[in-house]
Design a protein around this ligand. Structure first.
Ligand code: 4NP
Length: 166
């Protein structure tokens, strides 16, 4: 069966710290694209630099594991202008992440034709259950926040996969 031309070859998931939401998104997207038979490069990064080189927050690791996702080996890094050249699609977890990424995309457009840069979207852009809503930052909250992140990310990852399969 021919694949839709809209299927990206590479997807970068981005949040603030790259230790809670985006590594969880990476784990979910890796597993669910593999099950769907989609082959693509998947990575995650943060707009901030505080946690570079760190493994995911232990709470994020624990909740992910309880849902069958092993994110324990992922290592945080900071997003850069080069990511807009290296990836086809960059997904922001919330509106502030999206705003910060738009500024970085503009920097990248100073040296590379904007048509060749990654498309930028909100994680929830195609998810009718959470349309254009933020994936709420769980870092300063309780355990419930980490469960909510997984619930929303599973929904939004499935929604993206659906758009790539029609
Ligand atoms: P994340 O969560 O963006 O989902 O990785 C956060 C992690 C760390 C901080 C904020 C959010 N922080 O302020 O250090």
């Amino acid at each position: 069966m021919p694949m839709s031309a809209a299927v990206p070859k590479s997807v970068l998931l981005v949040c603030l710290g790259n230790i809670c939401r985006s590594p969880t998104a990476e784990g979910i997207m890796r597993q669910r694209t593999a099950i769907a038979g989609l082959t693509m490069k998947i990575d995650s990064a943060g707009t901030g630099d505080w946690h570079i080189g760190k493994y995911p927050d232990l709470r994020a690791q624990t909740h992910a594991k309880q849902h069958g996702y092993n994110i324990s080996k992922l290592v945080a890094r900071q997003v850069s202008a080069k990511d807009f050249i290296d990836f086809d699609l960059i997904l922001a977890m919330d509106a502030q992440n999206l705003k910060d990424l738009q500024s970085i995309r503009e920097l990248a457009a100073q040296t590379t034709n904007a048509d060749r840069l990654a498309r930028l979207a909100l994680m929830s852009e195609v998810d009718i259950s959470y349309l254009n809503q933020d994936v709420p930052d769980p870092y300063y909250g309780g355990e419930d926040g980490f469960e909510e992140v997984i619930k929303r990310l599973e929904s939004s990852v499935d929604a993206w996969i659906h758009t790539w399969q029609i």
